[in-house]
Ligand binder design. Structure first.
Ligand code: ADP
Ligand code: MG
Length: 255
């Protein structure tokens, strides 16, 4: 039997914190270029799953394969980052006192560390690449702005741009719509959709309008108590009885 060329394949993954099992026999497969939305109630293990992919936490058991050649569970955070896995946290982590342009320069693949890269000569190809990223993230006219002066949504786009500069193949994006206006949320959806295909993307979200925008015609995964509860097209998932029960569970438990 030929194996499908998954970009990410997590199998039999378990992770406990002081006796609490946050991830339970998790199996998760993703195709190259896929944009996958992961939903699930608070505490379902969504962020922990990203921690396990990026090496921030180590699974107790199981394997996480990246592409055909890499088993991630034995690598440290930096090695995983260098393989092309980029993560965007909920709170933007841009260098506020540096310009948008400089933030992107500092993230360029192969850059020699944050400070050295600021003083190094930038090649024309790098300049072109940054210009292309600036257009992609809708900050073409803000290249010389201090990152700290950007609106919340723009900071989040810059951070996505930094993942692109890093040349990440797999983008992990945790609750991007949090704190955004409806307009910013919609533009973020458009940005992620424009990156799908060229990149593989996992988006963790709660905002149902946003999820319907980015997940239309795509697979959605529902995590619950550290396992995949349900996976499928967004309409199917939204109408799945187990999913409805999990989201309304408290109501049934405490009438
Ligand atoms: P989600 O992102 O789906 O809301 P998390 O992955 O953040 O859920 O958390 C899943 C569970 O694991 C929660 O009960 C959380 O308290 C626990 N947990 C996550 N990380 C740690 C940690 N570093 N130490 C202890 N408990 C943790
Ligand atoms: Mg979380």
């Amino acid at each position: 039997m030929s194996q499908r060329p998954f970009i990410l394949a997590a199998e039999g993954v378990n992770k406990s914190f002081a006796g609490f099992q946050a991830i339970r026999d998790l199996n998760f497969y993703m195709d190259p270029g896929e944009l996958r939305t992961v939903i699930g109630p608070n505490g379902a293990g969504k962020t922990t799953f990203l921690d396990l992919i990026t090496g921030r936490a180590k699974p107790d058991t199981g394997t996480i394969r990246f592409g055909a050649d890499h088993e991630l569970t034995g690598l440290n955070e930096y090695e995983i980052y260098r393989l092309g896995i980029g993560r965007k946290f909920q709170t933007p982590t841009v260098y506020a006192d540096h310009t948008v342009f400089e933030n992107l320069v500092m993230s360029l693949e192969g850059s020699r560390g944050v400070w050295a890269s600021l003083f190094a000569k930038i090649h024309n190809t790098q300049r072109d690449r940054i210009q292309e990223i600036l257009e992609t993230i809708h900050l073409g006219d803000k290249a010389q702005w201090k990152a700290g002066a950007l609106a919340h949504g723009q900071k989040q786009w810059l951070e996505i741009g930094m993942l692109l500069a890093q040349n990440a193949q797999l983008l992990l994006v945790d609750e991007p719509a949090a704190g955004m206006t409806d307009e910013e949320t919609h533009r973020t959806g458009e940005l992620l959709l424009s990156l799908a295909g060229k990149h593989s993307i996992i988006v963790i979200e709660h905002d149902m309008v946003f999820i319907r925008q980015i997940a239309a015609g795509r697979r959605v995964t529902v995590l619950h108590q550290g396992s995949v509860l349900c996976e499928g097209p967004v309409d199917q998932v939204q109408n799945n009885e187990k999913v409805i029960e999990v989201y309304l569970g408290r109501k049934h438990a405490h009438p």
